[in-house]
Design a protein around this ligand. Structure first.
Ligand code: IMP
Ligand code: MG
Length: 179
């Protein structure tokens, strides 16, 4: 394991099992609804690809890039849209796929934006959730795993653009970001 990582938090097998559950949860709700699944880049990309492939419901996909933290581990409070969706969400059942909900600011802003554009429904599936750090009142419809107040990387999640391609999820050593 990389010297900056403390421990494995979730193995590939654990992730795979939960992805199946999340897909089944979505299949139950969106059968025959032709939903639009939106990946919030870059963090959710691995989860997103595994999730939509585990679904039986035919689903359209689109992508949106939201500005990240840079080197910090704190959200700025005002996430920026770096790349917008190609599709219109008007009248669509939108499934927003997030890597992690931390303060909730990003999700709050995305909900406002997409509902404002006329989405018929807005459902959030997140890989990870840090409920103890929430600053705004927002909750995912389906959350795969809860995390304490620790910084985690891998399976799409980064620290300073690193570790995204790890197939598992690991805890980053505190000394890496607290120096
Ligand atoms: P929020 O706006 O504070 O909820 O932050 C959400 C975004 O912060 C996520 O989409 C991630 O990109 C990033 N983030 C929050 N916590 C972590 C973490 O532990 N590891 C990696 N990225 C994180
Ligand atoms: Mg990020």
């Amino acid at each position: 394991m990389n010297e900056n990582l403390q421990s494995v938090f979730l193995s590939e097998e654990q992730i795979k099992e939960k992805v199946k559950e999340a897909a089944a949860w979505l299949d139950e709700r969106f059968k025959d609804k032709n939903p639009l699944a939106v990946s919030v880049l870059k963090g959710s990309v691995m989860f997103f690809c595994d999730l939509v492939r585990a679904m039986e419901t035919p689903v359209q996909i689109d992508f949106m890039t939201i500005s990240s933290y840079g080197k910090s581990t704190q959200s700025s409070g005002m996430p920026k849209i770096v790349m917008d969706l190609a599709a219109s969400v008007e009248g669509r059942d939108v499934i927003l796929v997030e890597d992690i909900v931390d303060s909730g600011n990003t999700l709050y802003k995305l909900r406002e934006l997409l509902v404002g554009r006329g989405a018929k429904s807005f459902t959030v599936v997140t890989l990870l959730d840090k409920p103890s750090r929430r600053k705004v009142d927002i909750k995912a419809g389906f959350s795969c795993f809860e995390v304490d107040d620790e910084f985690i990387v891998g399976y799409g999640l980064d620290y300073d653009q690193q570790f995204r391609n790890l197939p598992y999820i690991a805890v980053l050593k505190r000394e890496v970001y607290e120096k």
